[in-house]
Write a protein that binds this ligand. Structure first.
Ligand SMILES: [Zn+2]
Length: 347
């Protein structure tokens, strides 16, 4: 029996127009001494401006910093502005949220997650992905004290980002299979409740594909709720296992191979088709679900060369050797990778 703590947000808001109530929410959580808004140049107008208005009306002291990269430099820039009284509001996409999450964690202050897109499950999880010169690393931080997701803003963001968020969630199906396999073969710690919650999050998307449409507030709400529950599964497990298996290793391989990687969720979705086929399971269900939410299902649609798909498949098992998956310790051979990609019509 481990006594590892499970970290969750204390309050979660997923509503249209909720961003205007930011000051009230901060006050009710006693986080109104000093606010530091971390945002991006694209998200400043749509996300930060209404929040600044709300805070000014309530006489809450606030500072703003714009960051454009999830790098260690951006994190130290933000850290320099943090005092012990500060609460950090991360208002933007995945990169902004990651910088806000890590800088607040390093300085021991609270952080509120205010995503303007719903493109992956980092918006609630305690993990952040930061770019090093040669690879991205997943770093442990704290879960946000609150999640404020304005479904109007998220619905207005490019639909491709929402589709990618759905694809990241659909890929939970293979992540959980890998987790169960690793539990059976290597006795890695496994949580039935975290696995069930992760699958439920994915099903919230696959059972609702008809309601995932561009510009629809309801779609944004469904995806946000699923990302929230998937992030909660990660918190319960204390690792990204429930939402990250071989399909994520395939995506991380592409991140290394490609000069300009595609969206995280899109790459993971295609990885999930491939890995589900490796399991000899229903990969067509994964493919059809991805297609139904507008996510790419093959190399051409996502804009990757066939050779890069094969290379990514062959190097995926090396990305995180301690994480046992269907790829085993030695990975997949070139011939088998070709056959797999062909059979699933990924290439
Ligand atoms: Zn992911």
């Amino acid at each position: 029996m481990s006594n590892r703590k499970i970290q969750m947000p204390r309050e979660v808001y997923i509503d249209p127009g909720i961003i205007k109530d930011t000051a009230d929410i901060c006050k009710s959580l006693h986080l109104d001494k000093k606010i530091l808004i971390v945002t991006g140049s694209h998200t400043y107008d749509i996300g930060a401006v209404p929040v600044i208005e709300s805070l000014e009306k309530a006489d809450i002291d606030c500072d703003v910093i714009k960051v454009d990269k999830a790098s260690f430099e951006s994190i130290s820039e933000v850290e320099e502005l943090i005092t012990p009284d500060t609460t950090v509001l991360g208002i933007g996409g995945g990169k902004v949220i990651d910088v806000a999450k890590l800088s607040s964690y390093n300085q021991g202050v609270y952080f509120v997650s205010m995503p303007t897109t719903a493109s992956h499950d980092g918006i609630v999880s305690p993990l952040a992905s930061i770019k090093n010169p040669n690879r991205s690393t997943s770093v442990k931080a704290n879960a946000p004290i609150a999640l404020i997701g304005d479904s109007n803003i998220i619905a207005d963001s490019p639909f491709r980002l929402l589709s990618a968020g759905c694809a990241d969630l659909i890929s939970n199906f293979t992540a959980v299979k890998d987790w169960q396999l690793a539990h059976r073969l290597k006795h890695v710690e496994y949580s039935e409740s975290a696995a069930s919650l992760s699958i439920m999050s994915a099903k919230l998307i696959t059972n609702n594909v008809d309601n995932i449409k561009p510009g629809l507030e309801e779609s944004a709400r469904i995806v946000m709720k699923s990302l929230f529950s998937s992030g909660t599964a990660i918190s319960i497990a204390g690792s990204s296992r429930p939402a990250s298996g071989s399909e994520h290793m395939f995506s991380h391989s592409l991140d290394k191979i490609l000069d300009k990687p595609k969206l995280h969720g899109e790459q993971c979705g295609i990885g999930s088709i491939l890995m589900m086929a490796l399991y000899g399971d229903d990969w067509k269900f994964i493919r059809d679900s991805l297609k139904a939410v507008g996510a790419p299902i093959n190399a051409k649609q996502i804009g990757i060369d066939e050779e890069d798909v094969i290379e990514a498949l062959m190097m995926a098992h090396k990305i995180r050797p301690e994480r046992y998956t269907i790829l085993g310790d030695n990975g997949i051979s070139k011939e088998a990778a070709y056959e797999l990609a062909h059979n699933t019509e990924v290439i």
